[in-house]
Design a protein. Structure first.
Length: 176
């Protein structure tokens, strides 16, 4: 049942059908609005920026829906009901359809989001400790350079040994 609800909200074909239905209803209105809007845009360039911002927001929303749909498919394939439930709750929260959630589900969502936030904060803290995150703050790069050079030297020695071994085997094959 949850999967079907997610399909209705996230499946790409359902989104296209919903958009097509809305577009058909408002086609006549849009033509009139486009004519007046083009005249307004010539007078006020800020309207064009608002339109571009709205288009960017729609692109972000579309990418989010695509990502969520992929996650739904993974959970469905793995028969992960708990995962599907979380994704459904996240979808309702993201789309502002809170009236479709019970109070218990909202509390579960809040707890789950707190846990996810704690995990992400832990990952961010771990990433900040990695050398790549702070390289611009390092004033002395010599230790990092030595570490990298040592690694490359080790790899170079291994490669040179393999080359010598291959040359030896080639020599043996030529003289047999």
């Amino acid at each position: 049942m949850i999967y079907r609800k997610l399909v209705r909200r996230l499946h790409p074909d359902m989104q296209n059908q919903n958009q097509g239905h809305v577009q058909n209803q408002s086609h006549g209105q849009n033509q009139n609005q486009n004519q007046s809007q083009n005249a307004k845009e010539k007078k006020n360039p800020n309207d064009r920026h608002k339109k571009e911002s709205a288009e960017k927001k729609q692109e972000v929303e579309s990418a989010w829906r695509k990502q969520m749909w992929g996650r739904v498919q993974e959970c469905y394939k793995d028969k992960d009901l708990k995962g599907l439930t979380k994704l459904f709750q996240m979808t309702l929260l993201r789309t502002g359809a809170l009236r479709d959630l019970t109070l218990t589900e909202i509390e579960e969502s809040a707890n789950w989001l707190r846990q996810e936030l704690a995990i992400l904060q832990g990952q961010a803290a771990a990433f900040k400790k990695m050398p790549a995150w702070g390289f611009s703050r390092k004033k002395d790069l010599a230790p990092l350079i030595r570490k990298i050079e040592k690694s490359y030297q080790k790899d170079l020695k291994a490669i040179l040994l393999e080359i010598k071994d291959l040359e030896y085997q080639h020599f043996i094959l030529e003289h047999c």
